[in-house]
Design a protein around this ligand. Structure first.
Ligand code: NAD
Ligand code: AHE
Ligand code: ZN
Length: 381
């Protein structure tokens, strides 16, 4: 009930585990404190797994904090709201947004920029802004930290009101949960970050859900050619269904992949996208972009300590190296519109869902993610 703690099940990451696919999460009973001022408690109905959850769980994330409850791509229903919250009420359907939107900071006020700073320091530290503490405790009463301001691998979670987007009740939560991260990111990287122009060419490195949604975004934007790149041939097959026109497996080339793409295109592609998180791939993506005007967008998240490099001559000769967080979307404002576009049939979501499971099978879902056959697995809570 509102104002009372709730006991429920959560998948707890007790510590980083390199082999994250070997039963790394522990299903435990946790206590979720009531929402404080400016907070919303949400019953998570569906949570998907994104590669970034695995990245943090395996210890690659310099911001990773343990014990914690991971998960950031989900949907749910508001259970109760804290003092002063007027935008949401119990029963509202919502998508948690790890990129917050307050509408007041200099980032929110600037057109086309996300990266709101209202709660970022707290979400990075795994706590809530009102008292700098987590709302989760374990059976011993010890704290469990939040993750990305979302912690959606739990039956109930507490969010800052800045990290919640209200969506139409007509939308299927088991599908639109994906708009909390991966595919919104891919579309936005093309439309918002790269500002993709009709008739242009693209190369997309890494064909998970993020890379495929980049391909979808390029296709919708009127690309003339889309070169799909992955080490796994089965992923190249999938990319064909999404609209890629050319296919490259770098492991089968006798030259660097950037050279192969330049050879295929003359002077490179107009736009390139890294959706792998591998810094060598980021370099290749930059170097296969067009002399004079190529834009290369980093989307993949690289492990702690990794750095990118290239010859500065690549930039002197007109290439632009850029990056995208959540596709540049102003979350609370724009996610409801993405839901509406899905409802009108303008964009895909269902096709990215390759697996569906019960929440209790979350470790099996992590294993599937590791094996490379899974685009998105949606867990029902
Ligand atoms: P995923 O693991 O499903 O997909 C990655 C793909 O890259 C796989 O198909 C893999 O075979 C391929 N790959 C790996 N190494 C490669 C190489 N050297 N060359 C070519 N292909 C290679 O992951 P995902 O969920 O699609 O996420 C992709 C990346 O984007 C991750 O790094 C994730 O953390 C990041 N991400 C970033 C944002 C953002 O806002 N910037 C949002 C979501 C995800
Ligand atoms: N914490 C990491 C970086 C992780 C990162 O870059 N996350 C992306 C989203 S990945 C979603 O799947 C992002 O949007 N970052 C911007 C932000 O504010 O977190 C590190 O290297 O410290
Ligand atoms: Zn993600």
């Amino acid at each position: 009930a509102a104002g009372q703690p709730i006991k429920c099940t959560a998948a707890v990451a007790r510590a980083a585990k390199k082999n994250y696919w070997e039963d790394a999460l522990v299903l435990e009973e946790v206590t979720v404190a009531p929402p404080q001022a400016g907070e919303v408690r949400v019953k998570i109905t569906h949570a998907a797994l994104c590669h970034t959850d695995a990245f943090t769980l395996c210890g690659d994330d310099p911001e990773g904090k343990f014990p914690s409850i991971l998960g950031h791509e989900a949907a749910g229903i508001v259970e109760s709201v804290g003092e002063g919250v007027t935008e949401f009420e119990p029963g509202d359907h919502v998508v948690p947004c790890y990129q917050a939107y307050c509408g007041k900071c200099e980032f929110c006020l600037r057109p086309r920029i996300n990266l709101c700073t209202s709660v970022r320091a707290f979400t990075g530290a795994g706590v809530m802004k009102a008292d700098s503490k987590p709302r989760f405790t374990d059976s011993k009463g010890d704290p469990i930290y939040h993750f990305m301001g979302t912690s959606t691998f739990a039956e109930y979670t507490v969010l800052h009101q800045e990290s919640v987007a209200k969506i139409t009740k007509a939308a299927p939560l088991e599908k639109v949960c994906l708009l909390g991260c991966g595919i919104s990111t891919g579309w936005g990287a093309v439309w918002n970050t790269a500002e993709f122009e009709k008739g242009s060419t693209a190369a997309v490195f890494g064909l998970g859900a993020v890379g495929l949604s980049v391909i979808e975004g390029c296709k919708i934007a009127g690309a003339s050619r889309i070169i799909a790149v992955d080490l796994l041939d089965k992923k190249l097959e999938v990319a064909k269904k999404w609209g890629a026109t050319d296919f490259v497996n770098p492991s089968k080339l006798d030259k660097p992949v950037q050279q192969a793409i330049v050879d295929m295109t003359g002077f490179g592609v107009d736009y390139s996208f890294d959706c792998t998180g591998n810094v060598e791939v980021m370099r290749a993506a930059l170097e296969c972009s067009h002399r004079g005007w190529g834009k290369s967008v980093v989307i993949g998240v690289a492990a702690a300590g990794k750095e990118i490099s290239t010859r500065p001559f690549q930039l002197i000769t007109g290439r632009q190296w850029m990056g995208s967080a959540f596709g540049g979307w102003k979350s609370k404002l724009e996610v409801p519109g993405l839901v509406d576009r899905y409802m009108k049939g303008e964009v895909k979501i269902d096709e990215y869902i390759t697996h569906e499971m019960k929440f209790e099978e979350i470790n099996k879902a992590l294993k599937l993610l590791h094996e490379g056959d899974c685009l998105r697995c949606v867990l029902a809570l």
